[in-house]
Design a protein around this ligand. Sequence first.
Ligand code: AMP
Ligand code: MG
Length: 354
Amino acid sequence: METKILKIRQESGLFSPEEEAGLRLAGEVIKGGGLVAFPTETVYGLGGDALNPESARKIYAAKGRPSDNPLIIHICRFEDMRGIVREVPREAEIIADVFWPGPITMILPKAENVPYETTGGLDTVAVRFPSHPVARKLIAYGGGYIAAPSANISGRPSPTAARHVTEDMNGRIEMILDAGDAGIGLESTILDLTSRKPVILRPGFVTREMLDRVLGKVDTDAAIVSPDSGQAPKAPGMKYRHYAPAGQLVIVEGEPGAVVSYINRQAGADKAAGEKTGVLGTKELLVQYRADVVKCIGSRENEENIARNLFAVLREFDDEKVTKIYSEGFSDQGLGQAIMNRLLKAAGHRVVRV
Ligand code: AMP
Ligand code: MG
């Protein structure tokens, strides 16, 4: 299949007549059971009609994703949530009031019309109302309910630019909407509202601290805090190796000086053993590293920038065929939680403390 790429320059929500026509066409593709990749404020999504089981099957096939890993349903109006969940609890209204449209997904009991293909066989459904104007327009033209996981081949880093989507999805889907870089760069926070106390199943841009402030204390799924908790994560997708570059990634934690000398020593030894070495470091330490490829992920002072760069930088190591990658670690507070969660999964939890 030939994948059509449609460039959209407007981010303000005001589209040119050509862009409007292109978005209408993309909506028709979704309603006809096809797939369209589109930008959101978090990462690029791979969209299909959420109420059509055939579309869900196509999404799993295009990604090479296990079909027990449920999809998030994207809506473009709060009221539409009522069409796919059994009931809207008070907490959901509060979260929607404070954070929607925006980067948080809520898990609720599903209504009957939501096919099990979309929910990976679960009786619950994940719902998100994104803020990106292109996403909202596509959802509106596409019938109101778009199921969309991240638009990457399963296991690879999530796409934060249309070129990443093209790398993974060209020839596999009908259309890609290219509206430049995703602003946040990490997938949405997932909050489970099906048990008595709200539980974070995946950390994201909306942090635990922010949720604590509006809901009182929320829990975090034990399985994502510690990989050896012995429990399966409640978000099925969190159990898979994920976000991973092709090379082996190791996170090195400790005092800056010790981190730099450990990484340089290891990279030197790896190089002598024939590996192509890489370092993912912060601006503050960058000049001190010695490796074949040294990439800057941003300044330690600006975690939002680090979040935005992470997946793109992991893909760049693949482009340069790096086989051994060392990364600095980050704090486990605030946005650092989401950054470390993705980095740990990308590293298969290989961490060295020096
Ligand atoms: P992605 O679309 O790539 O961001 O992945 C979607 C994530 O949402 C995966 O980790 C899924 O396991 C999770 N998810 C979707 N629906 C549910 C649900 N009903 N219950 C728990 N987790 C879910
Ligand atoms: Mg994903």
